[in-house]
Design a protein around this ligand. Structure first.
Ligand SMILES: Cc1ncc(COP(=O)(O)O)c(C=O)c1O
Length: 344
């Protein structure tokens, strides 16, 4: 199968939340800064942080299909879950505002922090500005169970609720990244690039799964996608990603039986746990900012980019190869991590 007979996604309701394809750009200054350590590899970024709605980020691609499904079902209220500083929650609030739907966020505390920056700044600040109703849970409580209870309560009051799980990572949500894989294929062709790997952060697995499903559907190896896990350990994240990739392909009518080698997840950048900074993340984030003027985020893309830099320095790619890093947004999270950037 090739791009021309890629399965049509037209039958899935979609509410446009992007302004068109996001740009692919080459990181010339970063390449120069890496010098000989780069070994002649070319580094490109897919700017999925570059979207006009709600501060932008990867979740908007999933939300195009999730809000589409919610509207098709006649929902009037979106309920979703996340950690306190969830980008998915913030973008769901923004997308619901754009679609004219009520939005309730049930936020758990997977990160052991309760300081002022974490509690009130960053995504938390924006959720309120977007008009979402926020339910913040005490540590240890299961956000999905609490969201299910809240959804039942709202339904008993006559509301028509659409419940989205963590990160919007359902097969319907992952369609957004199948579409993105198709977009990347067309852009690569236009600029004459052949990406050896497409590198991305892995949280709830929907972004990796959608890209892998899209590549598979286009007749390319799903293993072209390489992700760095930030939430689950590497093996758990790989299994979840594999299942979601197959389920997403099934949704579009493709039965695929993928093997272990088809889904590449590297667990070595997660550090002490989800949302806990690493020195490598901070260095990678600063390097991108100081060479290219571009912002990564401290929880997802900063750790994944640290992984890419480690791979480049270890000579993973041969001279002349091209690699694409998907920038997934999340920069509001920086304001919740002020203290780790205080020192120069
Ligand atoms: C900025 C950012 N990058 C990457 C990810 C990971 O995406 P996924 O949950 O689809 O694996 C997330 C998820 O929350 C995110 O907010």
């Amino acid at each position: 199968m090739s791009l021309t007979d890629f399965p049509s996604l037209e039958r899935f309701p979609r509410v446009p939340l992007l302004d068109g394809p996001t740009p692919i750009q080459r990181l010339h200054r970063l390449e120069a800064a890496l010098g000989d350590a780069l070994g002649g590899v070319q580094i490109f970024v897919k700017r999925d942080d570059h979207m006009s709605l709600g501060g932008g980020g990867n979740k908007l691609r999933k939300l195009e299909y999730l809000i589409g499904a919610a509207q098709a079902e006649g929902a009037d209220t979106i309920v979703t879950v996340g950690g306190l500083q969830s980008n998915h929650a913030r973008l769901t609030a923004a997308a619901a505002a754009r679609a004219g739907l009520a939005c309730e966020l049930v936020l758990g505390r997977p990160v052991p922090r309760d300081d002022g920056d974490y509690e009130r700044n960053g995504n938390v600040l924006l959720n309120g500005i977007f008009g979402a109703t926020v339910h913040t849970l005490p540590p240890g409580e299961n956000a999905l169970a609490a969201a299910q209870m809240r959804a039942a309560q709202l339904r008993s009051q006559g509301r028509r609720v659409f419940l989205m799980p963590t990160g919007g990572s359902t097969p319907v949500g992952a369609l957004g990244y199948m579409r993105c894989a198709q977009e990347i294929g067309a852009q690569a062709k236009a600029i004459g690039a052949e990406f050896a790997e497409i590198v991305v952060a892995n949280g709830s697995a929907g972004t990796h799964a959608g890209l892998a499903a899209g590549l598979y559907a286009a007749g390319k190896p799903a293993s072209t996608v390489r992700s760095f896990s930030t939430l689950a350990d590497g093996e758990q994240a790989r299994r979840t990603t594999l299942e979601l990739t197959e389920a997403t392909l099934r949704l579009v009518g493709i039965e695929a039986s993928l093997g272990d080698a088809d889904i590449q997840v590297d667990g070595r950048q997660r550090g002490a746990g989800y949302g806990i900074p690493t020195a490598q993340m901070r260095d990678a984030l600063r390097m991108m900012a100081r060479t290219q003027g571009l912002l990564l985020d401290p929880v997802y893309s900063g750790k994944a980019f640290a992984g890419l830099l480690a791979d480049l320095r270890a000579g993973r790619y041969a001279a002349g190869r091209q690699v694409l890093f998907v920038m997934t947004g999340g920069t509001p999270g920086l304001y919740a991590y002020r203290s780790i950037f205080d020192a120069q």
